[in-house]
Design a protein around this ligand. Structure first.
Ligand code: C2O
Length: 342
């Protein structure tokens, strides 16, 4: 059977020491759950973070939206930290699957990783748009699959901006440091051009190996009542972990990006996931838009979110497979890893 959403009235202290184990929302499970009304906006185009940095009008809007989100009452479901806590709740065992008392809901390490994060990002983006009354607003993507996008995106570095986060690894967010897509707390000593090449080859191999087998790219099945298997994640998730570790602090709880419970407190989280989402979209296009898993346990897996109209809504995986249904797309940029890499 498909994974079903939790009973929101039963949130347990998460196992999240970086947050003193607390990330349950202050509101409880008494809200009614509605069907999500998919947006009818113009197609919103997500752009690369390294190319929007000179678009002052866009940046002002983005910053203003995040500023407003941070200024909402602390217990508002749209509040910046409540939005970040959603990630903690679904990764650090705050909720159990219905009718069980020992099977937590975990949105990593399986085939629900990409769809859950797609919806999470979508609602976050729609809420930001709502806060500035802009139906065309999009989050930029950290275009780490191309040379010019392989450094930490500059738009998140200004300490006076609401997009800034002080809890990062200073060695990596400084100008010119190249992201290592295999990073796991050991510095890669290759030259910049070698590292860029390694990254491109790694992405190329990942796609080549997994094009014919979606489990390899997306992650293995997980069904109602099944506990997570941390070995079951797909290769895109593995690549994505490297960027989390590379951005977060090297010590302690690896805040913010390096720990599930705190990762989404850094705005770059959503920019990073925007590219993860784009990589999935690219994978799908390369496969001629085939559905990755013709399996109702996947397609009918259901999640709950607070939407852009302040409703608590339920959404199914089957309704997010084509981003046009959510009314967004990605600016087409070159894929230097697709052909021969020089
Ligand atoms: Cu839920 Cu980037 O992780």
């Amino acid at each position: 059977a498909p994974i079903m959403p939790p009973d929101l009235s039963k949130c347990y202290d998460a196992t999240a020491p970086a947050l003193d184990n607390h990330c349950c929302p202050p509101y409880s499970g008494s809200e009614t759950i509605s069907e999500y009304g998919f947006p009818a906006t113009p197609l919103r185009v997500r752009r690369p973070a390294h190319l929007v940095k000179d678009d002052q009008e866009y940046l002002d809007k983005y910053k203003e939206a995040v500023r407003r989100m941070k200024n909402l009452p602390a217990d508002h479901p749209w509040n910046y930290y409540q939005q970040a806590n959603i990630h903690c709740q679904y990764c650090d065992y705050a909720y159990y699957q219905q009718n069980t008392d020992d099977v937590p809901i975990q949105v990593h390490f399986s085939w629900i990783f990409l769809p859950w994060h797609r919806y999470y990002l979508h609602f976050y983006e729609r809420i930001l748009g709502k806060l500035i009354d802009d139906d065309t607003f999009t989050i930029p993507f950290w275009n780490w699959d191309t040379k010019d996008g392989m450094t930490f995106p500059a738009i998140f570095k200004d300490p006076s901006s609401p997009l800034y986060d002080p809890k990062r690894d200073p060695r990596h967010v400084k100008d010119g440091a190249i992201l290592d897509l295999k990073y796991a707390y050991t510095e890669n000593t290759a030259s910049d051009s070698e590292l860029i090449r390694e990254n491109l080859c790694f992405i190329q191999k990942t796609f080549k190996h997994s094009l014919s087998l979606a489990e390899l790219f997306m992650g293995d099945p997980v069904r109602a009542g099944e506990k997570e298997n941390q070995e079951a994640n797909g290769q895109l998730e593995v690549i994505h972990n490297a960027a989390h570790m590379w951005v977060g602090e090297p010590d302690g709880y690896k805040e913010n990006m390096g720990d599930f419970s705190t990762a989404a407190r850094d705005s770059v989280f959503f920019c990073h996931h925007c590219n993860v989402d784009r990589m999935w979209d690219t994978y799908r296009n390369l496969r001629g838009n085939q559905i990755e898993f013709q399996d109702n346990d996947w397609l009918d897996s259901t999640f709950l979110f607070h939407d852009e109209n302040e409703q608590l809504v339920k959404v199914k995986i089957r309704d997010c497979l084509n981003p046009t249904k959510l009314r967004y797309t990605f600016e087409q940029v070159p894929l230097p890893w697709l052909g021969k890499i020089n």
